[in-house]
Design a protein around this ligand. Structure first.
Ligand SMILES: C[S@@+](CC[C@H](N)C(=O)[O-])C[C@H]1O[C@@H](n2cnc3c(N)ncnc32)[C@H](O)[C@@H]1O
Length: 242
């Protein structure tokens, strides 16, 4: 990051969100880097395309819209309704501009858990694809997001960004309050299966962030058949060893 980018980030953070999102739109290269959908990762985008082709999802749910880049992509590649929650006023406003004119996209200026609660109250047994990517705040919603999903949706596939990929240290991952984001971080998910990218991190593009794909018992067989994913372990013990 060069000097002008650092200065822009510091100065714009002091501005009201109603103003800073406009300067972000005016000077897209100056602020936080914009890598493209799914951190600019083409292999990851392939996983999404495969998931969409293999399963008849009814809707997609993203947590953490940021600039709306992945939100747009998900709408474009799927043609499905996309729900996305963003807690920060500045990013919500930005994403709203970027997703303007996409009739299938519904943005929530809300905590992701609140959006999930709203969605969970609707009747029916839809198949949902979740992309969990809300963080950067002290209060990380990941664990509770998964609890809400597990309790409500029987037909669910969940991709979690920034996840540790066992056996491939080239994939970057995050830690929350000193705890790495891996299977040890997850709530109990009885009967669910875990999958990791089959591609080596060396063949991935963009930020090379790791991910896990979790599938509910009903959808796991379809996900297991995908060529872009390999089966992983969901038990805490085995990951601690691996
Ligand atoms: C890594 S960025 C999301 C990137 C985006 N999904 C993409 O692919 O371009 C994380 C975003 O999550 C937002 N966020 C953090 N905590 C949140 C919460 N509890 N609910 C909703 N959004 C949250 C942050 O403000 C930030 O914009």
């Amino acid at each position: 990051m060069n000097l002008s980018q650092r200065a822009y980030i510091r100065i714009s953070a002091a501005l009201p969100a109603a103003f800073s999102f406009r300067t972000d739109l005016l000077f897209p290269r100056l602020g936080l880097p914009e890598l493209g959908p799914f951190n600019g990762q083409l292999k990851r985008q392939e996983i999404i395309r495969e998931l969409l082709a293999a399963t008849s999802f009814d809707e997609i749910v993203e947590t953490g819209s940021f600039r709306g880049t992945t939100t747009r992509f998900l709408s474009d590649v799927s043609g499905l309704p996309v729900h996305s929650a963003e807690i920060a006023d500045r990013f919500y406003r930005y994403a709203a501009v970027k997703c303007r004119g996409l009739p299938g996209v519904r943005l929530y200026h809300a905590d992701s858990r609140k959006m999930l609660h709203i969605l969970s109250k609707r009747p029916g047994n839809p198949a949902l694809l979740f992309y969990l990517d809300a963080h950067w705040q002290e209060d990380v919603p990941r664990y509770q997001e998964l609890e809400i999903i597990r309790a409500r949706w029987r037909r669910a596939v969940v991709m979690i960004d920034d996840f540790r990929v066992p056996g491939d240290p080239g994939y970057q991952f995050t830690s929350y309050h000193g705890t790495p984001l891996d299977v040890n971080y997850l709530p109990e998910l009885p009967g669910w299966k875990a999958f990791y990218p089959k591609s080596d991190s060396a063949d991935e593009t963009g930020a090379k962030r790791g991910c896990v794909v979790l599938a509910s018992p009903e959808l796991a067989p379809a996900v297991a058949a995908l060529s872009s994913l390999r089966t992983g372990e969901l038990t805490r013990q085995s990951i601690a060893n691996g």
